[in-house]
Design a protein around this ligand. Structure first.
Ligand SMILES: C[S@@+](CC[C@H](N)C(=O)[O-])C[C@H]1O[C@@H](n2cnc3c(N)ncnc32)[C@H](O)[C@@H]1O
Length: 279
């Protein structure tokens, strides 16, 4: 079952949140954590010999992780111009490498995607459910995976969402319609109700969670809270429906899945034979 937000309403300003994340929280420690986490889910020591397409690069931290993991070539794109410029800042930090391109692009633009060709690793973490047309976005992204290539995506799961998907869609509508002061109140409400479970004695536990947040993917607690409250358009996907869709449409095999968090992480492989490169 998929719950669909209203794609015709305003988009959340993801890029501003990512610019603020890099301004306030970028560190070499987060950079290292992001690379470790990327490689660990892929079950690899490095990305040598692979190219990396980052769809919806956000801050750019995971493109930077792919660069640090020695991907041969990286292409990062995002719909939001501020996400693009923030990814560009991290590319600059990496020394403006010529094998890493950053630009504005829309995963729903089939012609743009087609022109990108195919890649041995297509990565899209927490993006495709924010396009307003999630299944089309999954299909467009999957088409960029070359024969034998990997497809690493993360999608908000309808299997774990509490109290309900409809509850969060309503919260998000209110958050996006709110002014900055009202948004801060909604953030406080969220922390009180869901961070602390309405129990001030849980504060030490929450503080530990905030400190340890960066150990996940190098992210920050408040950046994620704002992204969760604001992220719009928004859909939720059933984990099995995603696996079935990619099997039926592309014959992709599921290699690894991580469930239980708001976003389910999936690693698929395109079973097509790798074409040998001409000499
Ligand atoms: C939740 S953020 C995830 C960012 C990054 N992938 C990460 O894991 O940190 C979602 C990103 O997807 C981008 N996005 C939304 N719709 C998009 C589209 N149609 N095409 C490309 N990027 C899109 C947003 O601008 C935002 O930067």
């Amino acid at each position: 079952m998929t719950f669909t937000g209203n794609p015709s309403s305003n988009r959340y300003e993801f890029g501003a949140n990512w610019a603020s994340f890099v301004d306030k929280h970028y560190s070499t420690e987060r950079r290292q954590v992001a690379a470790d986490k990327l490689l660990s889910f892929l079950g690899k020591q490095s990305l040598e010999g692979m190219d990396f397409l980052d769809i919806g690069s956000g801050s750019g931290l995971h493109s930077l992780a792919a660069f640090d993991a020695k991907a041969d070539r990286i292409h990062s794109f995002d719909f939001d111009p501020l996400s693009v410029s923030t990814t560009g800042r991290l590319r600059k930090l990496a020394g403006d490498p010529p094998n890493w391109a950053v630009e504005r692009g829309d995963v729903l633009d089939a012609d743009y995607l087609e022109a990108l060709g195919t890649w041995s690793l297509v990565y899209s973490w927490g993006v495709l459910h924010h396009t307003g047309a999630m299944w089309q976005a999954i299909e467009n992204a999957a088409r960029r995976v070359g024969p034998g290539g990997l497809f690493f995506i993360a999608l908000y799961s309808s299997n774990v969402v509490t109290p309900s998907a409809q509850f969060w869609l309503n919260v998000k509508r209110r958050y996006n319609a709110a002014n900055p002061r009202q948004r801060r109140w909604i953030q406080c409400w969220y922390i009180w109700r869901f961070g602390l479970g309405r129990n001030p004695l849980r504060l030490p536990m929450l503080l530990k969670q905030i400190r340890e947040k960066k150990k996940g993917r190098g992210m920050s607690y408040m950046t994620d809270v704002r992204d969760w409250l604001g992220g719009w358009p928004m859909e939720f996907a059933d984990d099995q429906a995603v696996i079935d869709f990619l099997k039926q449409r592309f014959d992709f095999e599921i290699v690894r899945i991580s469930t239980g968090e708001a976003c389910t992480e999936f690693l698929f492989q395109n079973p097509g034979k790798v074409q040998s490169k001409p000499n």
